[in-house]
Ligand binder design. Structure first.
Ligand SMILES: Nc1ncnc2c1ncn2[C@@H]1O[C@H](COP(=O)(O)OP(=O)(O)O)[C@@H](O)[C@H]1O
Ligand SMILES: [Mg+2]
Length: 493
């Protein structure tokens, strides 16, 4: 079967020029112990915290009442916590299941409260107990945030400042850590679960929580105001295309066009900024893959949730503490090609793997998809071009462009607008070359009309009047001609 474009594509089998020698991984200086003792195991650790709470500076701004607590509460908590640590052997506590451990802690905390003559209401005591259990057994003050499903991101900027993103808006919370040492302990606990370490000698670390949430830690001295932790929470129930329609991210007719694009196995790039909804959209598009197809996904950290039975999921691997053992996206994508895939899905294209993905798209793996960071379809394609150039393939620019034109059918642009909403800004076709330039054609565009009194952006998804898009031929091959005609009509213009 020939779909015009692809059959006339330039010869891309040119052997890849060797990549420039990768910089030799710097062996990290050997450090005997993580700098920050882990309160759970290290008996002496609380001594470090003995001086807390150290600050009583006035808070700069009124903070939303996520978890309204006073300085006094934190002071009490520190006292009780330190007394607890002195009393029990935390490493033994770790052997118990959560319930019994909690009971154990409860008994001791109640005792401490009465010995120290702390005045507290029952509900405050319960709160204190919760907090302390979270500190000892889990991710401390982060626990209540991790438990909430409506939070997309958690951003901790040092012990005193935590922001969250809810409904596309960033807001400050009242969550606080005792001090930077406690925050660092928690970061350490998180990254040690994936066999990594974060401390002054290796202050940058990516990890993942057990629930799939992605974590980045950057510690002092690089982060000037204290350990900085960013968590992109894993959404158990990924949004469906219909949800996107309900949110107004795309019109009903636009969603239908996307459905046809998915079904007719167009090669798609999803472009957008960070947090613009690229991965979500990619996940939506994968819903249209036939159950019989063999799909291979390559991601930096597995986020996609394909519902099909025949899916192989691959994940890159960062270098280990000694700086070796890294498996790059390019290696994964190359390997993929030897695994007889029918479609290849690349979570995020950011380097020389762009070349291999294009090759795959061009050599019979129709319906492959990937996301990439760019602000417009045109920018997306020029980024692909520069990724290939920078990857050390010595191909003339025109050849690379021809290769792009020969392999990518559609670019979908996603954006996070200033009101926090996510929109599909355009569905754009890659038409061909005119001289040295790639010709693009929008099929659908989001047009902003203004904003309402609450600052919400108002706008419409409009068709651009294209009656016969380039992927018409493919759609008709998959018997979707009539649906496509109807959807294009319904787009309006
Ligand atoms: N159309 C949308 N409407 C509302 N929220 C969305 C939409 N698309 C994505 N989100 C949410 O935005 C966050 C970031 O989405 P994600 O797809 O991971 O972005 P990206 O891959 O571009 O960084 C997620 O919490 C996701 O659930
Ligand atoms: Mg993403």
């Amino acid at each position: 079967m020939a779909f015009g474009k692809r059959s006339g594509s330039p010869d891309t089998s040119a052997p890849a020029a060797p990549r420039p020698a990768a910089p030799v991984a710097q062996p990290r200086p050997q450090v005997s112990k993580p700098k920050v003792p882990d309160a759970v195991q290290v008996k002496g650790a609380p001594k470090l915290q003995a001086t807390a709470p150290k600050k009583s500076e006035p808070k700069p701004e009124p903070v939303r009442k996520v978890n309204q607590q006073s300085e006094q509460y934190y002071a009490t908590k520190t006292t009780v916590f330190n007394a607890l640590i002195d009393t029990i052997d935390l490493s033994q506590l770790a052997q118990l299941d959560a319930e019994s451990a909690r009971e154990e802690i409860r008994d001791i905390v109640v005792e401490i409260i009465s010995i120290k003559n702390v005045l507290m209401s029952i509900s405050e005591q319960e709160q204190l107990l919760d907090d302390i259990c979270n500190d000892v057994l889990g991710y401390g003050p982060l626990e209540p945030l991790l438990a909430r499903d409506d939070i997309a991101d958690i951003m901790v900027n040092g012990a005193d400042t935590t922001y969250i993103e809810v409904n596309g808006k960033i807001e400050r919370t009242n969550i606080r850590f005792r001090d930077n040492a406690q925050l660092m302990n928690i970061c350490q606990r998180i990254v040690s679960q994936v066999g990594r370490r974060v401390d002054e000698s290796s202050p940058i670390c990516d990890a993942r929580l057990l629930d799939g949430s992605r974590v980045n830690v950057i510690a002092p001295p690089l982060a000037i105001d204290g350990p900085t932790l960013t968590i992109r929470k894993f959404k158990k129930d990924k949004l469906q295309l219909q949800d996107l329609v309900n949110f107004g991210s795309i019109s009903e007719a636009g969603a239908e066009v996307l459905r046809i694009i998915g079904h007719s196995r167009c090669n798609v790039l999803i472009s957008g900024g960070t947090g613009s909804g690229k991965t979500t959209l990619l996940n939506c598009l994968t819903a249209f893959i036939e159950p019989g197809e063999r799909v291979i996904t390559c991601e930096d950290s597995a986020e996609l949730q394909l519902q099909q039975p025949h899916v192989v999921r691959l994940e890159t691997r960062p270098p280990n503490i000694e700086g070796s053992g890294e498996i790059t996206m390019r290696e994964l994508v190359k390997n993929c090609l030897r695994m007889r895939p029918e479609r290849i899905i690349v979570g995020e294209v950011r380097g020389p793997e762009a070349f291999d993905l294009l090759q795959a798209m061009n050599t019979g793996h129709d319906g492959s998809m990937g996301t990439l960071h760019a602000n417009s379809p045109r920018e997306a394609l020029s980024r692909v071009e520069s990724m290939i150039t920078m990857g050390g393939f010595s191909l003339p620019a025109k050849t690379i462009r021809e290769m792009i034109v020969g392999s990518i059918d559609i670019v979908v642009q996603a954006s996070r607008l200033r009101d926090g909403s996510r929109r599909i800004m355009c569905i754009t076709e890659v038409m061909g070359m005119e001289g040295d330039t790639i010709v693009l054609q929008d099929v659908l565009k989001f047009e902003m009309d203004g904003e309402d009194e609450n600052g919400k952006i108002i706008g419409t998804h409009r068709g651009t009047g294209v009656g016969r898009p380039r992927f018409w031929e493919r759609a008709s091959y998959y018997n979707l001609e009539r649906e496509l005609a109807a959807a294009l009509d319904a787009l309006g213009s």
